[in-house]
Design a protein around this ligand. Structure first.
Ligand SMILES: Nc1ncnc2c1ncn2[C@@H]1O[C@H](COP(=O)(O)OP(=O)(O)O)[C@@H](O)[C@H]1O
Ligand code: SF4
Ligand SMILES: [Mg+2]
Length: 375
């Protein structure tokens, strides 16, 4: 198998707080995912608010360090990249966030958010060449350069601002774009346009996407693979055409019961009520996290956490209802099936280093020595 562009290998993130009463929150638990260079894909990460989607995004982008496990870029741990490798990572792994307005400075023309990237990554030798690259990126995204360049952010629509963000990500010719809720703040017609743009970038330019959303209907429309997260763990994952029409995990079934026939016009509202977070998260590694809400709960569900079972072709569910099925390869299992039985926190490296989103896309990361002394 060729070296993956990006890989999350058994990544766990635990947030710790409190000096006297220690509090641990498992935001993401034993998560694995591979983006292969063979086949560009759009992989959806779906889950309700608090399920760990943004934590995963921050781990993939190197904004926060994993408590255990690794994120690998072209086979190398992103926390062990040299400065030059880090610049390549920043160039090839781009991101689009939910609220583009935060990225714009209201006092500067929108041109500046694009010019900054051209300068930072030395994409052009002359200003004219830089302009040409910017115009090309806008046109690829279906924007008319004369309508958007030379304008202030407030003079553009939310949809235009978000599409400029996608153009900005496209400028560096990335291999991978992480899009965290990219269409949740734009209206329906523009949403379709931005999703079409993503499909086009995948099909014509071979760019893979991690599409983070709480909307299962758009996920079904555009993605190849899907991961359904529940309180930081993978409840179900696989080919979107397997998972959505034929959900196996009781949680996915519950989510999809509000979208009986996957219909692109129906949004998943995510109105399911969660039990108090602490109760669930503190017990997470000893039981199935969904057991308090599951209509099919059995004794075994309260005794250990289910691994991922192979329930169909490229289709996996973390649920004991399928315990007569094969367990997904032990290196990628989820929950307490492998050697990772860490209800007491054993084996989890302390999480210490965090970056902020404002670092993005500055390639001027501290030197390796400085970075390791931060940890
Ligand atoms: N920096 C942080 N410190 C402590 N807890 C955090 C931090 N970031 C996220 N969390 C917690 O981790 C869980 C997952 O959050 P998040 O990844 O933002 O979920 P989502 O994006 O799916 O809404 C939530 O319970 C959230 O409160
Ligand atoms: S493991 Fe048990 S409690 Fe968990 S989803 Fe499956 S049946 Fe329900
Ligand atoms: Mg989020």
């Amino acid at each position: 198998m060729p070296t993956p562009i990006l890989e999350a290998r058994r990544v766990t993130k635990v947030f710790r707080s409190g000096f006297i009463t220690k509090h641990e929150l498992i935001a993401l638990d034993d998560f694995s995912l591979v983006f292969s260079p063979d086949r560009p894909t759009i992989t959806t990460i779906a889950g309700e608010s608090g399920s760990g989607k943004t934590t995963l995004a921050n781990l993939i982008l190197g904004f926060v360090s994993p408590s255990s496990g690794q994120v690998l870029f072209e086979g190398k741990d992103i926390w062990k990249l040299s400065k030059a490798e880090w610049v390549t990572f920043r160039k090839e792994v781009q991101a689009v966030f939910q609220d583009p307005y935060e990225v714009y400075n209201p006092f500067y023309l929108v041109d500046s958010v694009l010019e900054t990237v051209v300068k930072r990554f030395h994409l052009a030798d002359t200003p004219a060449q830089g302009r040409e690259i910017i115009i090309n990126a806008l046109e690829v995204l279906g924007l008319r350069p004369d309508e958007v360049l030379g304008k202030y952010p407030h003079q553009l629509s939310g949809g235009q601002r978000q599409r400029i963000m996608v153009a900005r990500a496209f400028l560096t010719s990335p291999r991978f774009i992480l899009a965290d809720e990219p269409v949740s703040m734009v209206d329906a017609s523009l949403r379709a346009l931005i999703l079409e743009n993503m499909l086009r970038l995948k099909n014509e330019f071979g760019i893979s996407f991690m599409y983070i959303t709480h909307d299962l209907s758009t996920a079904y429309q555009i993605s190849d693979d899907i991961y359904i997260l529940y309180l930081g763990m993978i409840a179900e994952h696989g080919d979107v055409n397997e998972v959505i029409p034929n959900p196996k995990h009781p949680y996915t079934q519950l989510l999809l019961s509000s979208v009986p026939n996957p219909d692109p016009d129906l949004a998943w509202e995510g109105t399911i009520e969660l039990p108090p977070e602490d109760t669930v998260r503190l017990q997470t590694r000893r039981i199935c996290r969904f057991s308090m809400r599951c209509p099919y709960v059995m004794d075994v569900c309260r005794q250990s956490a289910p691994p991922l079972y192979e329930v169909g072709p490229n289709h996996y569910a973390s649920c004991f209802l399928y315990r007569d099925h094969p367990i997904k390869g032990s290196a990628e299992t989820n929950g307490a099936s492998g050697e990772v039985t860490r209800a007491d926190g054993n084996g989890i490296r302390a999480a210490t280093t965090e970056r902020t989103e404002t670092d993005w896309p500055d390639p001027n990361r501290p030197s390796q020595e400085a970075a390791s002394s931060e940890r």
